[in-house]
Design a protein around this ligand. Structure first.
Ligand SMILES: [Zn+2]
Length: 158
């Protein structure tokens, strides 16, 4: 068995759509990035790649590459899931923590779990999402950004 950790943070800006775990969340701001800025997908991908001993997402999907401009990160997550499988790994479970002062994410968690789990061919019980605030502290607490931590556990096929 192998464990991997992933972390990501993106700045919130007006005029961008807010996408977390591939789910569109109605809000006045969205995450800035070369891609759609989906911090949850990015953190999950790095945790999976980390556990498999593979290079991080910047290696597979370089941020300067025009083909990844505004890309739907859930699609990249699907590709990472395939890479992990092809390398002989099964996903045991993935756990995540989203840190967002606003908006409140609680009611979107079931759809995020379902959507991401489906992309990774997992039962939703194996893909967990928790949401918390930063208690008003620092940039995250001022609502200037959203961040996400992810931990993945893989088991080898042989
Ligand atoms: Zn990112």
């Amino acid at each position: 068995m192998r464990v991997g950790i992933g972390y990501d943070i993106h700045r919130l800006e007006k005029g961008r759509a807010l996408i977390l775990g591939g789910v569109h969340i109605p809000f006045e701001k969205g995450l800035l990035g070369h891609s759609d800025g989906d911090v949850l997908c990015h953190a999950v991908m790095d945790s999976l790649l980390g556990a498999a001993g593979l290079p991080d997402i910047g290696f597979w999907f370089p941020p300067g590459d025009p083909q990844f401009k505004d890309v739907y990160s859930l699609r990249l997550l699907y590709e990472v899931g395939r890479k992990i499988q092809n390398a002989g790994w099964h996903i045991v479970n993935v756990d995540t923590v989203l840190i967002a002062e606003k908006p409140r994410l609680q009611r979107f968690i079931p759809s995020i779990r379902e959507k991401v789990a489906e992309m990774l061919s997992l039962d939703a019980s194996r893909f967990n999402v928790k949401a918390t605030t930063n208690e008003g502290i620092g940039e995250l607490g001022k609502g200037e950004a959203i961040s996400c931590y992810a931990v993945s556990l893989l088991v080898s096929e042989d």
